[in-house]
Design a protein around this ligand. Sequence first.
Ligand code: F6R
Length: 607
Amino acid sequence: MCGIVGYIGKKQAKDYLLDGLESMEYRGYDSTGIAVLDKKSINLAKVVGRVEHLRKAERENPSKGHAGIGHTRWATHGGVTKNNSHPHHDQNKEFYVIHNGIIENYQEIKAYLTKQGVKFYGDTDTEVIPNLISELYKEHGDVQKAFKAALKSLRGAYAIVMITSHDPGNIYAAKFSSPLAIGVAEDGMYIGSDAMPILPHTKQVVFLEDNEGAVVSCNSYELFHIKTDKSIKRPTELLEIEHEAAEKGDYPDFMIKEIHEVPQTIRATMLGRLRADEGIVKLGGLEEVRDQLDYIDRIVVLACGTSYYAGLVGEYLLEEISNIPVEVQQASEFRYRQEPLSRSTAVLVVSQSGETADTIAALKKIEGSGILTLGIVNAPGSTLARMTDAGVYCHAGPEKAVASTKAFVAQVTVFLLIALHLSKNYRNFDKLIAELDSLPQKIEEVFAQEEKIRKLAEKYSTANDFLYIGRRYAYPLALEGALKLKEISYIHAEGFAGGEMKHGPLALIDKNFPTFAFALSNDLDEKLVSNMQEIHARDGKIVVVVDEGKSEAAKLSEDTIVIPKVSEQLQPLIGVVPAFLFAYYAAKRLGRDIDKPRNLAKSVTVE
Ligand code: F6R
C-alpha cells in the first residue's frame, strides 16, 4: 500500500525519492509522484502508473533541489487519477504534503475550509491537510506553529511529510498509527514509511512513535509530542539489518521466483536454530522471555490473510507438539471483540510485512495489559517486530510478489520450531527434527513436476469456480490454496475442511465445479476419500495432491500430483508448493498481472 519517502540534504533529492519509491513498489500502488523544493519554488511531478513512468517524466523535465517528498498511492478516497495522487498542495501551492492512512474527520475539515473559500481539486482526504496548514499559517505566521496546530485537528491514521516554500530549510513529519522513520546520514536525512528505502543510505534510524512529529533539517531532527508540543529526545538506533535487494533474475515474475525459493527459505529459517545433530531447537529471540513462557497456558494467534492461515497450521502444531491450547483469530475481528484475556495467555502476532494495520491495532489493544506479546515477523525492524516483547524472525528475505508464498512457508517453519522448542515430552521429537533437516531436499523434488502442474493449471484455468479441501493439517492448506488461486487468477475459489462438504458446499458440485484436494497420508485417509467419493458421485472433477503410495484418492481423481511422503506435521510445508504452482500457472495462462494483482497491496497499512 501507499509508500512515503522524503529527503533533505546535500544531494539532489529526486534521486533518493525515485529509488526509494521503486524499493517500495512491491507494496502495491496505482499512482506515484514527487515534489521537490528548490529555494522558494516547488516542482511537482505525478503520474498514474508505475515509478518507471515517473522516472521518464523526470528525465524529460528534471526536478532540481535538495529537499523533497515522494509517494506511491493505493487509492482509498477518490479514484485512481493524477489529481488524486500525492503529493497534494494547498490552493496557493505553498504547502505540499504526502500522507499514508486515512483522515477520518476530513469531511468536517473540508466543510470548514470550504466555508473559508478554499477550492479543492481532487477527492482525497489528504488534500485537506495542506489547506488546513495554509489557513493556520495565515493565523500564526509561522510554519512550525501552523503544522502543529493542524495536527491537533486531525483524527484517524496518518504518516505525513510536508515541504513548504515558506521554510525551505526544513521538512516536517508526523505520525499516528502509520509507520514513519528518519534515517540520519552524513549527506542528509532520509525519510521512509519503512526501512527499505533508507537502508541503502544509512542504518542509523529514528522511528517516530504515535502522536509524534518531527522538524527535520539537513543535519538534525527535532521530535515533539503532537498533543503536548513537548520536545522529545530520542537518539537514533542502529538497524541490524542488511540491505537485501531482490531482483527477478531469469524469472518472469517475483512470485515464481519466490516459490522456487521455498527450499532455501526453510534452510534459512532453520539456520542456527535447528541443531539436528544435538537434537535441540534453539530460539535466541525467545531466550529473554523463557521464564514467562513456562507460565503460559494459552496462546492467542492474531494475523490476517495468508499469515492467518499459517497461524491455523501453527495451532495444530503447538497443540499437538507443545500441548498448549491455541486459538487463532483474524486480527481485523479481534481488534473489535470484547474478549477477556488472562495474564497467563500469550498473544502471538504473525505478519510478513510487520506493518499490517489490523494486526498492529489488535496488538495495541492489549498494550499495557501485562500480557506477553510475541511475534513471527519477516520484515526486520518493522512496527510489529518492534512492538512485541519477543519473537522469532522468519528470515525469508524480501518478498516482492503481492501473493505471499515463501513467507507462508517460513511462518509455518517458525511455528514448528517454536512448537518443538516449547515441547516437553513429545514422542516424535527426534524423528521430526531429523526429518525437518532433510525437508528442503524433498521439496526440491516437487519442482520436477512443475511442467505437469503447469499443464494441469492451464487445463483448469477456464473454470469459474474452484473448491479446495483438506483435513486436519491440510485444512489450512485448502484455505491458503484457494486464497492464492483467487487473488492472482481472479477465479472464484473457496477452501473447506473435507468433513464440511455435506454441510453445504456439496450443493455446488457439478461437472463444471472442480475440486483441488489434499489427500496426504494420515489417519483420516479414509474419511477424506469418502468426501472425495461424494464429489466424484456428482460428476465433480478432482485434482488431487497425494503422497507416494496413495492410490485410493488418485483413483477418484481426474488428475493427480504426487509429492514425497513426510510426517503429517510437515505436510503443509511441502503440500502447499503444488498449490502455489497451480495458482501461478492458472493466472499466467489468463494473462494476469501476477506480482501486482488488481485491487491488492502487499502491505495493508490502512484498515
Ligand atoms: C495473500 C497475502 C495477504 C497477506 C495479509 C497479511 O497472499 O499476501 O493475505 O498475507 O495481507 O499480511 P502480513 O503478513 O504482511 O501481515
